[in-house]
Design a protein around this ligand. Structure first.
Ligand SMILES: C[S@@+](CC[C@H](N)C(=O)[O-])C[C@H]1O[C@@H](n2cnc3c(N)ncnc32)[C@H](O)[C@@H]1O
Length: 249
């Protein structure tokens, strides 16, 4: 019986994985990987068997129970199994279910954290998530409930919404219902960390404008203090900082 190493691959290009993640990935015999991980990571463990268990908010999906069963079966057959997840494994990554499946049969594990999308988006947009004086709290929220309903909240100075990419116009209405002012700043970043990342800047009332620009791309939506342009950021970045939605490349 082996053990499973959960590794956060980061949200984009392969070099966003941590040094520890890279070292442990290189030792893998089997890698179960998600759709949003960079195929270039295969070069780190070229002799391992790579199994696609990718799930997306849209398109092909491998059921979670099937993934759990496959993970257990691979760990029973191999010494070194890696479960490679996009971003950080503990953020909206169904990590709990997979840990429970391993615990049920006594399989050991290790978790290597990764860069979650909210952080990559903040870097991409040059919009710090905390702001001295105005942004003391940050919340990571999934816009979709486990029943598939769209839901917005206002629980922090900066609220970062995951999994809203398909429903940005509807999210704008939910944000207003949740108490966000119509002129609250919003930053939308899709494919953060990839060379073709797109950053766009909005207000809650105009968030619907982002729908077409980011269509079909994984995106996070940052609302409130951390969604505003940083006062002195323009000279240091070539990313979009103006009023117009602009590709980051
Ligand atoms: C199932 S969640 C997984 C989150 C992941 N564990 C993380 O820490 O980033 C998938 C959602 O993460 C966000 N996401 C993933 N990759 C992204 C990227 N490169 N840029 C922007 N958002 C991303 C999107 O909101 C997407 O719908």
């Amino acid at each position: 019986m082996g053990r499973v190493v959960f590794i956060g691959a980061g949200p984009g290009a392969a070099d966003l994985i941590t040094v520890r993640g890279q070292r442990l990935l290189a030792q893998a015999q089997v890698v179960l990987f998600d759709a949003l991980t960079d195929p270039a990571l295969r070069a780190i463990a070229p002799d391992a068997r790579w199994i696609d268990v990718g799930k997306r908010g849209f398109g092909h999906a491998t059921g979670q129970q099937a993934i759990n069963a496959l993970l257990v079966a691979q760990a029973q057959a191999h010494d070194r199994v890696v479960r490679l997840k996009g971003g950080d494994p503990s953020i909206f990554g169904r990590l709990e279910e997979e840990l429970q499946a391993l615990a049920a049969v006594g399989i050991g594990f290790e978790i290597v954290p990764g860069v979650t999308s909210a952080l990559a988006a903040a870097a991409e947009a040059a919009r710090p998530l905390t702001r001295r004086g105005s942004g003391r709290t940050v919340s990571f929220t999934t816009a979709m409930t486990h029943l598939g309903a769209l839901q917005a909240r206002r629980t922090a100075d900066t609220e970062v919404f995951y999994m809203a990419g398909l429903q940005l116009p509807a999210l704008a209405a939910k944000l207003l219902e949740a108490g966000w002012p119509a002129d609250a700043p919003v930053s939308v970043v899709s494919r953060a960390g990839w060379p073709d990342a797109i950053v766009s800047e909005h207000r809650v009332a105009t968030l619907a404008d982002a729908g077409a620009l980011h269509a079909g791309r994984p995106a996070v939506v940052t609302v409130g203090a951390g969604g505003a342009p940083a006062a002195a950021s323009s000279p240091g970045t070539d990313k979009a900082q103006g009023a117009d939605p602009t590709p980051a490349t």
